[in-house]
Write a protein that binds this ligand. Structure first.
Ligand SMILES: N[C@@H](Cc1ccc(O)cc1)C(=O)O
Length: 399
């Protein structure tokens, strides 16, 4: 941590919403690899990535099942997507509508179309709010190819190569359990495997909760004569609003359309014990969103968060998460201060999303149809019931 103001160019305005500069110095392949894999919990077959980086743009996809309303946790994968794009990768975001349908009662058939449209608008707005150039980003709807003859045939071929046990195990941390496993629980991961091929990806990105499916892909693709892909896994980041206390309560989640006052109220209630880093959703948000976001904004790609500490006249700068952690453990950064940092960051990052929503009548009507029981402004009224992964830790990494 440093206290001199002009240390890093642009450091004084780490949360400014400027479009990412295209004029930054070129990165080496090592630097690109390290940005691609930063903050991840695990990488499988990173060698595939290092082999491709010197040759051509790396093709990565991230799939999200279109279920409940995307909430503030979506900034976590959005930041990774922004990093992929910034280092020159081609990114596809799979709006996995049929996966949403297969997953218990999370997305009834009648709303699938609207959920997918809602997700696409929200994710676009999220990425715009972090200021990334989305020229190399493509959205793909799962149902646009998963109902084709070729896909159906491949699914049948694959069904002969994967045991029922392995298929249901692969989705056990992803789909919601309704008691006795149903066939859909096994079809779900098999379709996810095929997505890697049909989306022509070199790597798939997701939360660590996807690990069993990713390992199955790693062990199985060659049996189909398909390429083996690299897998990039975000950790499951503790929930922002309720933390341990109420993370399974969807009302405590911060919706991307929550206004500033609602955000303030929810953050005020968030679990954030002094000096305690483990399971602290507020610190996790700084680590996984605000610091990397500031690096995306900075001309020298250096993370930086500035705060004027009590009894200081000049701002103090934090450039790494380790610095934040040490200051938090020493109670220099108190829960009150870190909550303020997150609150300000979130209000700034969600404001353009809310503006876009308010200006877009079509989006508003999509929201009403996608989440019919709820009014479109009803923040955090997540339509999906908590799934298995909504326990102590919210599914911030991938969902
Ligand atoms: N399994 C992912 C969604 C997903 C679906 C299909 C995929 O190909 C990739 C990801 C989730 O839990 O959110």
């Amino acid at each position: 941590m440093t206290t001199h103001a002009e240390e890093v160019p642009g450091a004084g305005k780490p949360l400014a919403l400027t479009l990412l500069s295209e004029t930054k110095a070129a990165l080496t392949n090592e630097e690109r690899y390290s940005i691609i894999t930063s903050n991840l919990q695990e990488v499988i077959r990173g060698d595939i990535i290092t082999r491709i980086l010197p040759l051509r743009p790396l093709k990565i996809y991230w799939g999200t099942a279109t279920t409940g309303r995307p909430h503030a946790a979506y900034f976590v994968p959005a930041i990774k997507v922004a990093q992929f794009l910034q280092v020159g990768c081609k990114v596809k975001i799979l709006l996995a509508d049929l996966h949403g349908f297969l997953d218990a009662d999370k997305a009834p058939e009648g709303v699938l179309e609207f959920r997918a449209q809602y997700y696409e608008r929200v994710i676009r707005a999220l990425l715009r709010s972090v200021g990334v150039n989305i020229e190399n980003l493509e959205f793909v709807r799962g149902s646009s190819y998963q109902l084709s003859n070729a896909f159906a045939r491949d699914l049948l071929r694959l069904s002969k190569k994967v045991s029922i046990h392995d298929a249901t195990k692969a989705s056990s941390e992803i789909v919601k359990s309704m008691g006795e496993p149903v066939m859909a629980d096994g079809i779900y991961p098999m379709m996810q495997l095929l997505d890697e091929e049909y989306l022509d990806a070199d790597a798939e990105f997701g939360g660590i909760d996807q690990r069993k499916t990713f390992v199955l892909a790693n062990d199985t693709m060659h049996k189909m004569n398909f390429k083996t892909r690299a897998h990039l896994m975000n950790p499951m980041v503790p929930g922002l609003a309720g933390g341990k206390m109420s993370s399974s309560d969807p009302k405590s989640k911060i919706d991307l359309l929550d206004d500033a006052t609602t955000i303030q109220k929810k953050i005020a209630k968030a679990y954030c014990a002094p000096r305690e880093v483990e399971g602290n959703g507020i610190l996790a948000f700084i680590q996984h969103v605000l610091l990397p976001y500031s690096a995306l904004q900075s001309a020298v790609r250096q993370p930086s968060i500035s705060i004027v500490l009590p009894n200081h006249s000049a701002p103090t700068f934090f450039h790494t998460y380790t610095e934040v952690v040490s200051a938090y453990q020493a109670d220099v950064l108190t829960p009150q201060i870190v909550k303020k940092i997150v609150e300000e960051g979130l209000i700034k990052l969600t404001a353009p999303i809310q503006r876009a929503f308010e200006e877009d009548k079509e989006w508003q009507s999509i929201a009403e149809k996608a989440y019919p029981i709820l009014s479109n402004k009803s923040a955090s009224r997540d339509a999906a019931k908590p799934s298995r992964r909504d326990g102590d830790q919210e599914a911030m990494a991938s969902n």
